[in-house]
Design a binder for this molecule. Structure first.
Ligand code: SAM
Length: 222
């Protein structure tokens, strides 16, 4: 079972998945187990059409050093890890041990566990403990929305010029269309989106993929 966004007709969503890259058994089983064991939270998993996109961007960037904020049961990290070369590294940040223990099993099964490090704890603390210089080729941000701005300010200086940041849920279930969003986190996502638009350190595009994905490229080392 997969989820789709409010604004996308079901038929078109099904078609998008049908003509996109097929999911293998590992990805299918991961989606199924997440839906069965965590039926409510399963909605926070990236949709299947975003998985192929993450792998493709990882490959296009030629990423060797990647970081994910918000891992859950591992679907997005699996997609990124599969785009890395065998000696590439993905650092995953999350607070939840139960959810990420599922991720670890699927990384093993997919043969990418040796590319991934998992750090459990508040992501802001983990980010601040990382080297301050630009060493990241690719970032995927998909965690608590209230901290998106703070994550951005920690992440951008650590991305090398030419490196890419992908940010999920920039439509945040359409709450960004409300002047004063009632959904918790909606106002934070709106403020975040304005910051990215006005940030001279990146060029960016907003993609109507999934719940909205911002793709930004670091242009300077300032
Ligand atoms: C939207 S889910 C990530 C979904 C994941 N990318 C996927 O495709 O399956 C958000 C994740 O952020 C984690 N999270 C929430 N607050 C956090 C924090 N302060 N620090 C680190 N992780 C956090 C949650 O535990 C959850 O796993």
């Amino acid at each position: 079972m997969t989820h789709r966004n409010e604004w996308m007709p079901e038929e078109l969503h099904d078609y998008t998945i049908a003509i996109g890259p097929p999911l293998d058994d590992v990805a299918r089983d991961l989606i199924a187990e997440t839906g069965e064991r965590f039926p409510g939270p399963a909605q926070i998993q990236i949709p299947p059409e975003q998985s192929g996109f993450l792998t493709l961007v990882t490959q296009l960037v030629g990423a060797r050093s990647a970081l994910e904020v918000g891992t859950f049961t591992g679907f997005s990290s699996l997609a990124i890890a599969r785009g890395l070369p065998a000696d590439g590294r993905l650092l995953c940040l999350d607070v939840n041990e139960e959810w990420t223990s599922v991720a670890q099993r699927y990384w093993e099964r997919a043969g990418v566990a040796d590319r991934i490090d998992l750090r459990i704890g508040p992501a802001l603390d983990s980010l601040r403990a990382l080297p301050a210089e630009p060493f990241l080729d690719l970032v995927f941000l998909d965690a608590d929305k209230e901290n998106y701005l703070a994550y951005w300010e920690e992440l951008v200086p650590r991305v090398r010029p030419g490196g890419v940041l992908l940010v999920d849920n920039v439509f945040f279930h359409l709450s960004v269309l409300e002047e004063a969003p009632t959904r918790p986190g909606g106002a934070a996502v709106k403020a975040f989106n304005r910051r990215v638009r006005d940030d001279p350190r990146v060029t960016h595009a907003v993609l109507p993929l999934g719940d909205g994905v911002t793709m930004a490229r670091r242009v300077s080392s300032e």
